[in-house]
Design a protein around this ligand. Structure first.
Ligand code: ADP
Ligand code: MG
Length: 731
């Protein structure tokens, strides 16, 4: 019976689900069908209105009320052609995922005795007031002045889910503080645009705008819905709190790039079809390292939009998975002993003239610009490595980082041998050597010649948290369930601030008489030297690196609650204020939210773990022990004392083993509950989070060890929870 204790095939899953009929049209024909993009706008808006809207989108210009009314009306008409009856402001509170509150389009017509009509005004499009008190705000508002509002973000197009028109919005307190991820992300995108454009002017005065790009790679696990439902820990915490590892897991590495199981393939096809409908350019799909682990990645795009699309994809995934009898696990570490899930953020900047600022150029001028942005990025990451780590740290991601499978809890940057060589040469050379003028007075980058092969030839170091990959940096420490904005806000802000500093220094040198290129080169040379400690091309998983990183002065803090403090260090506060991304009050409030969330996650896990042990594991182990005792007792009735002892030796051993584990688990759960109760009394969110991390969390592993031992001993028939081997191999 082993392995069949649970119906692997859930009710929702039938052969029918496998038969996803591909749409007859080409992708390009239905692509973006559910999005109010430019094609649809042209059909539903007047030319004037459309132009004003495009200006608002591209240049951030404000829309007047009359235009907003017309946009709202056009949007409503378009939405109604898709059967929409409701609308919602779609926003990104400081919890995971997104939030929405639906309202119907219906209103009474304003004439006396007016009938019910569908109406959607500019006022409703532009601003709404959800009850903000129930979203985390870190004390910015207390409940009796619970007023916050959502405001339309025209740069991300509205879309339709089911019968509802969803309007991407920011979420802000009436006192002006951001209560979401989108607000600071837009500010950080703007800050880097301003700073980078100014620096670009050294090289090309015609640049008007620098765009931030994001290409996310979403990893996830699938489990059968029936098995998921039988695991209270998966259901309530998103991860397995107990479970012995399967005899086979990822050691054969046969899953990565292996054939995708038919059932999963059907799910992926439908997911991609749906993503295309939303104008999300999904490009690659493949198996990941762990069994049942997969990845989905689109073509990169403008950062704010790409991030909205990632959030949308996460919710689409959940919906489609259920149709196929699956549950999607977006948790960073759903199963112990096998790889967890991340979400690589491919980050780059590009000008409105079409130049990638992290792309090695074809001309020396372009190469000096490339080196400028590359070195400034290194400096930014060097100075703010603790902050970058804080931006991706959560209770969930902590299980993944530093576990020899994902980036360690130390941020370093990987460049590959070619670029390292280029920087080393630049560091050693004089500006005369580095920047040579040819006969026609054109600049040449002497030593810093960047080989053309670089693009295809970037070494693939998989252990680096922040790796240069040819034309972008890949930030790999981001967690699979995270809102990428958290990391991107920090990345863009530190880059903006760094570029501003760079510009100040270069301008000083220019005004003291140095030619521009020499001034740039001198500042870069100093930066290359100073930021050297952040560069590391070796094995990031090794213990030697930890020691080495500490010597280099990189942040090696591993306690989650303490890592968050990087946000409220003096230098960080000043930087966020200078760039206009966060105020001090916002930073403090957001850390309160982080500590509170951390505590709550651990609190829920501790409760579920305790319940599992007391209600599932111990009763079953006791039941099995009774069966054994019964057998021993009966053996004694039938056989001589001597023979009975011989026959029962194995069972006696088991009985005692069971007792030992049961009593250890029980006493550890009791101790954990006591630690939790003590921690709960602490007022300060910071201190409480520290108490949870230091006094509650350590019990998780000792309790788990006992439970996993029992799983190996207790009769398979009796074991109440689906086992790893049952959950991890989809048939
Ligand atoms: P890998 O798994 O090897 O890292 P993938 O092809 O899965 O590679 O993902 C690469 C991601 O990087 C894709 O989302 C791709 O669109 C994105 N990307 C490529 N070039 C850039 C760029 N210049 N800026 C941002 N993202 C980029
Ligand atoms: Mg990648």
């Amino acid at each position: 019976m082993s392995g069949l204790r649970f119906r692997v095939v859930s009710e929702a899953f039938t052969k029918k689900a496998l038969q996803v009929t591909p749409p007859k049209e080409n992708i390009s024909e239905y692509y973006g069908r559910y999005v109010f993009g430019r094609k649809e706008m042209a059909k539903f808006l007047s030319d004037d209105c459309m132009q004003a809207l495009i200006k608002a989108i591209d240049l951030g210009e404000t829309l007047d009320r009359q235009i907003a009314d017309e946009v709202a009306d056009g949007m409503k008409k378009w939405a109604m052609t898709h059967g929409a009856t409701h609308y919602t402001h779609w926003f990104q509170p400081l919890t995971e995922g997104t939030a929405e509150k639906h309202d119907s389009f219906i209103e009474y017509a304003t004439v006396p005795g007016g009938e019910v009509i569908e109406k959607f005004s500019g006022k409703l499009l532009v601003q709404q007031e959800p009850d903000a008190s129930s979203f985390p705000n870190g004390g910015i508002r207390n409940t009796f002045e619970a007023r916050g509002y959502t405001a339309w973000d025209p740069s991300s197009p509205a879309f339709i889910v089911d019968d509802t028109l969803c309007i991407p919005t920011v979420f802000v307190a009436y006192t002006g503080e951001a209560l979401d991820y989108k607000t600071p992300l837009l500010k950080a995108i703007n800050a880097v645009d301003k700073a980078a454009t100014a620096v670009c002017h050294y090289f090309d005065p015609s640049v008007k705008k620098v765009v931030s790009y994001l290409g996310w790679e979403q990893e996830y696990f699938l489990v059968d819905e029936g098995l998921y439902a039988a695991r209270p820990d998966l259901l309530l915490t998103g991860r397995t709190l107990i479970g012995h590892e399967s005899a086979k897991n990822q050691q054969l590495e046969d899953h990565y790039f292996g054939a995708i199981p038919a059932r999963v393939q059907a799910f992926m096809k439908e997911l991609e079809f749906e993503a295309y409908n939303y104008g999300i350019p999904c490009k690659t799909r493949h198996n990941e390292v762990a069994p049942n682990q997969f990845e989905l990645a689109p073509i990169f795009g403008e950062m704010n939009l790409a991030n909205d699309q990632n959030l949308l994809v996460m919710s689409i995934m959940n919906r489609i998975a259920r149709k196929h009898g699956f549950r999607v696990l977006l948790h960073e570490k759903p199963f112990a002993g096998i790889n967890g899930s991340g979400k690589h953020n491919n980050w780059s900047l590009g000008t409105d003239t079409g130049v990638g600022l992290f792309t090695p150029g074809k001309t020396p001028e372009e190469n000096l610009q490339f080196i400028t942005f590359l070195v400034n990025a290194l400096m930014a990451v060097y100075k703010n490595n603790a902050l970058l780590k804080a931006s991706i740290m959560t209770a969930q991601n902590a299980h993944r980082l530093g576990a020899g499978e994902a980036p360690p809890t130390i941020i370093s940057a990987f460049l590959g041998s070619h670029l390292t060589e280029v920087l080393n040469k630049l560091e050693e050379s004089s500006s005369e050597e580095a920047i040579v003028m040819d006969n026609k007075k054109k600049m040449k980058l002497g030593v810093a010649h960047i080989p053309e092969v670089l693009l295809d030839n970037t070494d693939r170091n998989r252990t680096s948290p922040f790796a240069f990959t040819g034309n972008r940096f890949e930030f790999r420490a981001v967690g699979s369930s995270a809102n990428c904005a958290s990391a991107l806000i920090v990345l863009n802000t530190i880059m903006a601030d760094q570029l501003n500093e760079f510009k100040t220094l270069v301008d000083e040198k220019i005004s003291s008489g140095l030619p521009t290129n020499k001034a740039i080169f001198e500042v870069l040379k100093a930066y290359i030297k100073e930021s050297k400690p952040i560069r590391f091309d070796g094995n990031g998983y090794s213990n030697e690196w930890r020691e080495e990183a500490a010597k280099r002065g990189l942040d090696c803090e591993t306690s989650v609650p303490l890592i968050y403090e990087a946000y409220t260090r003096k230098e960080s506060i000043e930087m966020f204020c200078r760039t206009g991304v966060f105020s001090e009050k916002e930073l403090e409030a957001r850390n309160e939210v982080k500590w509170e969330t951390y505590t709550k996650k651990l609190q829920i896990e501790a409760r579920v773990l305790g319940d599992l042990c007391l209600n599932h594991i111990i009763p079953v182990a006791t039941q099995y022990q009774s069966l054994l005792l019964d057998n021993v007792y009966k053996t004694k009735q039938i056989y001589s004392a001597e023979k009975a002892e011989e026959l029962s030796a194995h069972n006696m051993e088991l009985i005692e083993k069971l007792s030992r584990h049961i009593s250890i688990i029980k006493s550890q759960v009791d101790a954990m509950v006591a630690a939790r109760k003590k921690a709960n009394k602490i007022e300060s969110e910071r201190e409480k989070a520290i108490a949870y991390s230091e006094t509650v969390l350590p019990y998780f592993s000792t309790i788990r060890e006992g439970a996993d031992e029992l799983e190996l001993i207790v009769d398979d028939e009796l074991w109440p929870l689906p086992k790893y081997r049952e959950m991890l191999f989809i048939r």
